[in-house]
Design a protein around this ligand. Structure first.
Ligand SMILES: [Zn+2]
Length: 62
């Protein structure tokens, strides 16, 4: 399933993950402006800082 969690529209192509407060939402490209885009990628050395930041915000990866 890939429906936008804000507007409910079917997400075409790649879904965008955004962070709103302590929640993460999978949204369409139109709704990304409602939050901060979360880039999910493999944890590399340079990503550690981001990981720690996300941990502080209580964001959990599924
Ligand atoms: Zn949407």
């Amino acid at each position: 399933m890939s429906d936008c969690e804000i507007c409910g529209a079917e997400i075409r192509g790649k879904a965008q993950i955004i962070s709103v407060g302590t929640s993460k939402l999978r949204v369409c490209s139109t709704c990304v402006r409602h939050g901060t885009v979360v880039v999910i990628k493999k944890v590399l050395g340079a990503e550690h800082r981001n990981y720690m930041n996300q941990k502080e915000q209580g964001v959990m990866f599924a």
